[in-house]
Ligand binder design. Structure first.
Ligand SMILES: Cc1cc2nc3c(=O)[nH]c(=O)nc-3n(C[C@H](O)[C@H](O)[C@H](O)COP(=O)(O)OP(=O)(O)OC[C@H]3O[C@@H](n4cnc5c(N)ncnc54)[C@H](O)[C@@H]3O)c2cc1C
Length: 416
């Protein structure tokens, strides 16, 4: 995978970084994958891998692009993307750890937060001492973000927040929440504000944890907000950012979608490697099945799509780095990030599907005994874990909507 195939995005130094993360993921994370899978068969995520979370934080693999003064490493976002990709290759659930809080909580706080907020919230999040959650989705507002019903009513110098958030990753175990609420409901999307809430604030509860298909060791929950009282200091970016939450949501998603693309990429890579090795070892009709053209073509399609997905993902992250440095407009990342997210996540489901097919009956089984590369997950686990990548942080239908809107703009065509 090195061989300079991804130049100019991936420098030799980044390939070194990949090697280190891969070694760490295979040695320290992979041996615990099955244990956490079995502890969380119902998908409730009650047994969250806190030990790994800490270990990953101590290694400095959370939000690597955050500057040193806020606890980060001041590395490129592209390097962080390689970390997410490599952890996702070893386990989808564990990749949530390196992707979710860093991209959807740390980055918005770094981008939009006041100096005080950055100093207070970033270091513990980046070091893995605290967990952050991004609470946008509601029972009646999924793809249609602007229709959220959570309200923050101003009373004197306070805001009283009431509402209900749904499907929030790590919600019930998080310490810090970015909560989107309407401060000016009549203004629609332009009446949304982001508040930083802390777990011990009065009025926050977690009525339901979800049982899910994949990412089983990472809990997903509802969050109920009942008369949660905060001062205007808890507005992300301070009082002048009131009613500007939609910009936070959009910018955070441009960033986060690069992360989800990297999750897809890692999953696809794992499926491919398992399938390739299995096909070279499994003998039927007196020959390894890789000698059948039907199998070769599946592998060729997987390799081709993974390569394309990787280039899209690295390009998006590279551009995001330029945007973070102020060298290009932030808006320039929207199209490449949506393309990368959409394509890489569909590549993941495609590759997992084909890997199961190549494994035959063994592909359908949960037992790791059937896979040739013990450091990597079984195709069935990859399949279950990666399915959500096409849904969260904007479904792939929404990505296609964003892509067509952006290309129409580029070509000067108006869509009603
Ligand atoms: C495991 C998991 C973790 C999650 N984590 C978080 C989190 O941490 N924070 C958070 O805020 N949210 C989170 N979500 C929510 C996730 O982002 C939403 O589920 C997603 O955005 C889709 O919203 P929805 O489920 O309400 O589906 P809907 O919006 O109801 O969509 C249903 C279907 O209709 C399609 N559709 C909707 N509108 C259009 C349109 N205009 N054009 C074409 N098709 C359309 C969708 O693509 C989809 O296929 C999580 C969800 C899951 C399952």
């Amino acid at each position: 995978m090195s061989m300079g195939l991804y130049a100019p995005y991936i420098t030799p130094e980044m390939e070194e970084h990949r090697k280190k993360v891969r070694e760490f993921a295979e040695k320290e994370l992979a041996p615990l994958r099955q244990e956490y899978e079995e502890k969380n068969l119902d998908g409730l995520g009650k047994e969250f891998p806190w030990d790994l979370y800490k270990k990953i934080g101590e290694r400095g693999y959370l939000a690597e692009h955050i500057p040193k003064e806020y606890g980060g490493k001041g590395e490129s976002f592209l390097k962080e993307i390689i970390t997410i990709e490599e952890v996702a290759r070893v386990c989808g659930t564990f990749s949530v750890i390196v992707d979710y809080t860093p991209t959807l909580v740390c980055n918005p706080i770094f981008t939009f937060g006041t100096e005080e907020q950055k100093k207070k919230y970033l270091p513990p999040l980046v070091k893995g001492e605290k967990v952050g959650s991004y609470a946008l989705t509601e029972p009646n507002a999924g793809s249609d973000v602007a229709s959220i019903e959570t309200k923050a009513e101003k009373k004197g110098d306070k805001y009283i927040i009431n509402g209900y958030k749904k499907f929030i990753m790590l919600g019930n175990i998080a310490d810090i929440f970015l909560v989107f609420a309407k401060t000016k409901p009549e203004a629609g999307a332009r009446g949304i504000t982001v508040f930083i809430l802390e777990r011990d604030m009065e009025g926050i509860s977690f009525p339901k944890q979800e049982k899910k298909l994949g990412l089983r060791a990472a809990p997903t929950s509802e969050i109920k907000l009942e008369n949660v009282e905060v001062t205007e200091d808890q507005i992300l970016g301070g009082p002048e950012q009131e009613n500007r939450g939609i910009y936070v949501a959009l910018d955070a998603l441009d960033h986060g979608r690069c992360g989800v693309a990297a999750q897809g990429l890692g999953a696809a890579q794992a499926a491919f490697e398992q399938a390739l090795k299995f096909a070279s070892e499994r003998v039927q009709f007196g020959t390894p099945i890789i000698s059948f053209q039907a199998i070769q073509w599946m592998l060729a399609d997987m390799a081709m799509r993974i390569d394309a997905a990787r280039l899209l993902t690295y390009r998006a992250a590279y551009l995001r780095d330029l945007a973070i440095k102020g060298q290009i407009e932030r808006r320039k990342v929207t199209l490449p990030a949506s393309m990368a997210k959409c394509y890489a996540t569909e590549t993941a489901t495609f590759a997992a599907h084909r890997a199961i097919q190549i494994f035959g009956g063994r592909g359908y089984m949960m037992d790791p005994e059937y896979v040739p590369i013990k450091e990597l997950p079984t195709p069935e686990k990859i399949y279950r874990d990666c399915r959500i990548f096409e849904i969260y942080e904007g479904t792939n239908e929404i990505q296609r909507y964003v892509i067509s809107r952006e290309i129409s703009r580029l070509y000067g065509i108006k869509i009603k």
